[in-house]
Design a binder for this molecule. Structure first.
Ligand SMILES: [Zn+2]
Length: 462
């Protein structure tokens, strides 16, 4: 069923059987519509993945949290060998819009060399590539490392409870290296290895004026204008060049070190691809000084302040002369090492309250950034394993521009953490017709097998 493409050993029985197992498990898991946004079938999702891991030969527990349950499974390491902690999530995004799906989102459908269904790539398929590989190595008595799995059910809503779970179970989660597969590979299909993520601070702000909307003629000039006040307050957060103007905001920010800079220099920049997505680079690129070095520097080592939503007053057709009584905005900050979301929140709130007295500032998400040094001892063997399993030199990215709860490993547990995604570039995650190609699933299994075997030659560093 799979195209043989593992250059190391195309007929490696662990990869062949692991891929078949991963595909079967993926098809079985798609119908469990574990949608964290609506909270449906999360308990069932946890129990299902606990059974999958128990069937694979791991000792398994389901840990309660203040939200969705968390699945933990482990197989201890042979003496002196490292332990890998695989992170993934069993929850999925809502399937809307339903009529854009070619086959129902919660029925696994195989066509055109891919398995389609909500969660096929994000994250069930990539997670099950890990599981399939580990299960087959274990069945062949060829798993020379310890493995642990940490699988949560709230990743798609910002992982609000995984930090508390990690603190509670700090001892059980001890490992030498955390590995996550939850993103697409590089746009051109090359494998990519990522050493950290930006953090996220999400705020909802609202400012009220008069008790109700007022006539802009009869009351214009004497009534409070929350829309104007909010616009001025927001303008005070960022200058025209895109630099955040909150006091102290950049103090903890550290740029790339020498090895990270070398990685950035080796990363391809595709202006045509960027222009297709962003518009002419001459206008979008210029205001951000860090872009002039590389977009990878800007995306990995510069924080950003974005207005995600801005609402006030009349938005319908024609004219309505009204002074709106309420103005609201949604703001997201992407944070970089070593910024702390709590500190940033306090500074931003203080500034907003000063510029717009009476403003309500609500924090709806706060995820710290995360960084692992590329010189961490187990990074080189992982890179070697991915190179051997794919036959391609992997791209090395110091940071993901987006956010995952990677800080639970680097921050709470003190474990280096590496992201090795296997999703195809067009996997349609969070969108209709989400898919995992069979080739990508097999590549995930082949890489996991290679990583386990390569790390079995290393000593535990933890
Ligand atoms: Zn996702």
């Amino acid at each position: 069923m799979f195209v043989s493409e593992s250059p190391e050993d195309p007929a490696d029985p662990a990869v062949v059987a692991g891929s078949e197992r991963a595909l079967r498990l993926l098809a079985e898991s798609i119908p469990i519509a574990s949608v964290s946004a609506s909270g449906e079938r999360l308990e069932e999702g946890a129990q299902h993945f606990a059974k999958v891991l128990a069937d694979a030969g791991l000792s398994t527990q389901v840990w309660p949290s203040a939200g969705a349950p968390v699945v933990f499974a482990e197989k201890p390491a042979p003496a002196g060998r490292p332990t890998l902690l695989f992170y993934g999530h069993y929850d999925v995004q809502p399937p809307d819009p339903l009529d854009a799906w070619e086959t129902p989102p919660f029925e696994a459908a195989i066509r055109d060399g891919a398995l389609f269904g909500r969660g096929a790539g994000d994250n069930k398929g990539q997670l099950l590539a890990h599981v399939g590989a580990v299960a087959e190595l274990l069945a062949r008595d060829d798993l020379g490392v310890g493995v642990k799995f940490l699988i949560e059910g709230e990743e798609e809503i910002g992982s609000p409870h995984i930090a508390a779970v990690a603190r509670t179970h700090r001892h059980e989660l001890k490992a030498d290296l955390a590995l996550t597969a939850d993103a697409p590979v590089h746009d051109d299909g090359r494998p990519v290895i990522i050493f950290g993520v930006r953090g996220l601070l999400y705020l909802e702000v609202s400012l009220a004026g008069a008790p109700r909307d007022l006539h802009s003629g009869n009351r214009g000039g004497i009534a409070p204008t929350p829309a104007w006040t909010l616009v001025h307050a927001l303008a005070g957060l960022r200058d025209a060049a895109g630099r955040v103007t909150v006091p102290g905001f950049y103090d903890p920010v550290r740029g790339p070190d020498a090895s990270e800079r070398a990685m950035i220099e080796a990363l391809p920049v595709d202006p045509a691809h960027l222009e297709a997505e962003l518009g002419p680079i001459a206008t979008t690129w210029a205001p951000q000084p860090s872009w002039q070095e590389s977009p990878w520097t800007a995306l990995g080592f510069q924080p950003n302040c974005n207005i995600a939503g801005l609402t006030s007053g009349y938005q319908g057709p024609g004219t309505k002369t009204v002074i709106p009584s309420l103005a609201t905005a949604k703001i997201d900050f992407r944070l970089v090492a070593d910024q702390d979301p709590d500190t940033v929140f306090a500074a931003v709130r203080a500034q907003l309250e000063q510029s717009a007295p009476g403003i309500q500032v609500r924090r709806t998400a706060a995820v710290p950034p995360s960084a692992t040094s590329p010189s961490t001892p187990l990074a080189a063997p992982v890179i070697e394993a991915v190179r051997a399993a794919t036959g391609v030199e992997p791209l090395l990215r110091p940071r993901l521009g987006g956010t995952t709860p990677d800080f639970i490993f680097t921050g709470i547990l003190g474990i280096p953490s590496i992201l090795v995604p296997y999703g195809p570039p067009d996997m349609n995650h969070h969108a209709p017709n989400e898919k995992m190609t069979l080739a990508a699933l097999r590549r995930g299994v082949a890489c996991t097998v290679a990583i386990c075997r390569r790390l079995a030659q290393e000593a535990s560093v933890g």
